[in-house]
Design a binder for this molecule. Structure first.
Ligand code: ADP
Length: 547
């Protein structure tokens, strides 16, 4: 081999930090604080404080590779942790604050977290579990006054840290920088350990114009939590390009978010569909009230974005929606749905069919799907389990050898998502393996049914599950939340679905519920629905027989 003659320059989060310091010192970072006021400072302040955090953590005894957990909302202090912990040679371990205490205990002990940085407003979450976890230090961010004994104050630590003592470590790009556990909707939580290289390449990938598309001219607000899947890598990518950053803090209700977008002139934002469904309802209820003229694009993912929602934003409010797919295991963005130029002239309905798909792989990401017969053709119809590989896809879970079977023999990650891939490479999620309705050997996509139900004018939210059936093993059952003041009958909704789907796809029952249970990451919690309605058809059948 003739080796190339290029410099060895490690792709680390420190390289992003150096660039931010060199070029973007004056740019602003805005955070909504718990008292609802806005905190503002510059990249210069941010870089200084991230470095001071690194100094303070080393003084607390942090060693290379030690895990430092965070329990925090999206805010400037969390951004400091995103960069300061890896700069100290530690591993940023974001904890999902919506997890039940048992999961938090399991995750913190499994990861062997040594230090915790916790928002003052979330301290009670830690206090509920503190006897069952083993930390050396607990540092409280945003404390309004004196702290009880045993806690360290974040601001006091930073004030005491001498910036002159900051020395950049020579980190290796393959070294671990961050860690996040899957939220366990599919079994015990499993740890994904990101290296610096993955975070940096992922930042480049999502920042490209045909991905999320981020520039120094943007004002970026990640609504997707920094405590789950790195807020889709946006804090790293936005810092890399030097965008103005806006953090919503703990306020994720539609009105607060709309105020943030309006006040800070946000151009790019990202979050899960449940957030945007709420915002769309508010916009429809009060047309003309909100000035969202700054907003250039809104990335939606983490769960299927309903076609009706994408169309509603674009047609009624002129807001472009970019649908994306990803997983904790993929750092997390794998695909994004931007429209190639050949499709510019396509008719509107075809365009929305495409926009509702999860999109094409980002640079360096490859995908394929497999069913019992092998790798499926890219025909847009044949369903198979999605397999993926690339530089920001996990190669193993952290200390979980029992999960080896999630990787194929040739090293691709088996996602557990059932998809069809279109000839042009657009991937469409049909279901999660465990949510697919397997009716007498045929497959029915719960996602397609619920998406179409949510396009009905009276429907606010809909989730479809596989309910047990005496003859067909499983049949679809829909749980529907109606919009305030609207009515619709089971029969009407079935007829609405029948316009699009074959008869055997129609749900055997539609139940009206006050709300759909949500997971810790804001997705429909189908496990809970299955517990409640999984045997609904069996029970109905028994009743019919006894009459
Ligand atoms: P978990 O939900 O298990 O905590 P993640 O947050 O990593 O784990 O979620 C990843 C999963 O979310 C994917 O495997 C997929 O099932 C689902 N998902 C993500 N984005 C989309 C999308 N745009 N459409 C449909 N499903 C999605």
């Amino acid at each position: 081999m003739l080796k190339g003659l290029m410099m060895e320059s490690q792709l680390t989060t420190n390289a992003i930090l150096r660039r931010a310091e060199m070029l973007f010192g004056h740019r602003e970072i805005v955070t909504r604080l718990p008292d609802k006021s806005f905190h503002r400072y510059t990249y210069k302040d941010f870089v200084e404080r991230a470095k001071k955090l690194a100094v303070a953590l080393r003084d607390l005894g942090l060693r290379r590779g030690d895990r430092v957990a965070t329990l925090a909302w999206n805010s400037y202090t969390h951004l400091e942790a995103y960069f300061g912990i890896p700069a100290a040679g530690g591993v940023l371990h974001t904890l999902n604050l919506r997890l039940p205490p048992e999961d938090l205990i399991y995750i913190m002990n499994h990861a062997k977290d040594r230090i915790l940085l916790v928002d003052h407003t979330l301290l009670r979450l830690y206090e509920a579990i503190k006897d069952k976890v083993h930390l050396d230090h607990v540092v409280v961010m945003g404390a309004p006054g004196e702290l009880p004994l045993g806690y360290l104050d974040y601001e006091a630590l930073l004030s005491a840290a001498d910036l002159d003592r900051y020395e950049e470590l020579s980190l290796d790009e393959w070294e671990a920088a961050a860690m996040c556990y899957t939220s366990g909707t599919t079994g015990r939580p499993k740890g994904v350990l990101y290296n610096h290289r993955a975070l940096v390449l992922h930042s480049l990938g999502v920042a490209l114009p045909d991905a999320i598309g981020l520039s120094e001219r943007d004002v970026v607000m990640p609504v997707v939590p920094m405590f789950h899947a790195n807020a889709w890598g946006i804090p790293f990518a936005a810092t890399m390009v030097g965008a103005r950053q806006v953090f919503p803090g703990p306020y994720l209700d539609p009105v607060s978010l709309l105020e943030d977008i309006q006040e800070a002139r946000v151009t790019v934002t990202a979050g899960v569909p449940t957030i945007w469904l709420g915002i769309l309802q508010e916009l429809d209820k009060n047309p003309g009230k909100w000035d969202l003229s700054s907003l250039r694009s809104m990335t939606v993912g983490g769960a299927a974005a309903p076609r009706g929602m994408i169309k509603g934003f674009e047609k009624r409010h002129g807001i472009r929606v970019v649908h994306g797919w990803g997983m904790t295991e993929t750092t997390p963005v794998g695909t994004l749905c931007t429209v190639p130029p050949e499709m510019d002239g396509a008719d509107e309905e075809t365009l929305y069919d495409i926009k509702a798909a999860q999109g094409r792989p980002l640079v360096f990401i490859e995908l394929r799907a497999r069913n019992e017969e092998g790798i499926v053709p890219w025909d847009g119809k044949t369903m198979g389990e999605l397999e993926i590989r690339g530089p920001w896809v996990a190669a193993a879970y952290y200390e979980a050898p029992e999960a080896r079977d999630r990787w194929t023999e040739d090293g691709w990650f088996r996602t557990g998502d059932i998809v069809a891939i279109h000839p042009q490479g657009f991937m469409e999620i049909k279901d999660r393996d465990k949510d697919l309705v397997k009716s007498g050997g045929e497959w029915i996509s719960s996602v397609e049914l619920e998406n179409h139900l949510m396009a009905h004018p009276a429907v606010a939210e809909a989730a479809v599950i596989a309910a047990q059936h005496p003859k067909w093993q499983e049949r679809p059952l829909a749980a529907v939340v109606l919009k305030e003041g609207q009515t619709a009958t089971e029969e009407e909704l079935k007829q609405f679905l029948a316009q699009k789907f074959p008869k055997w796809w129609l749900p055997d029952a539609i139940v009206f519920v006050p709300e759909i249970p949500k997971t810790s990451t804001g997705k429909f919690h189908k496990l809970v629905l299955r517990q409640e309605y999984g045997e609904y058809l069996l029970a109905r059948d028994r009743e019919d027989e006894s009459v």
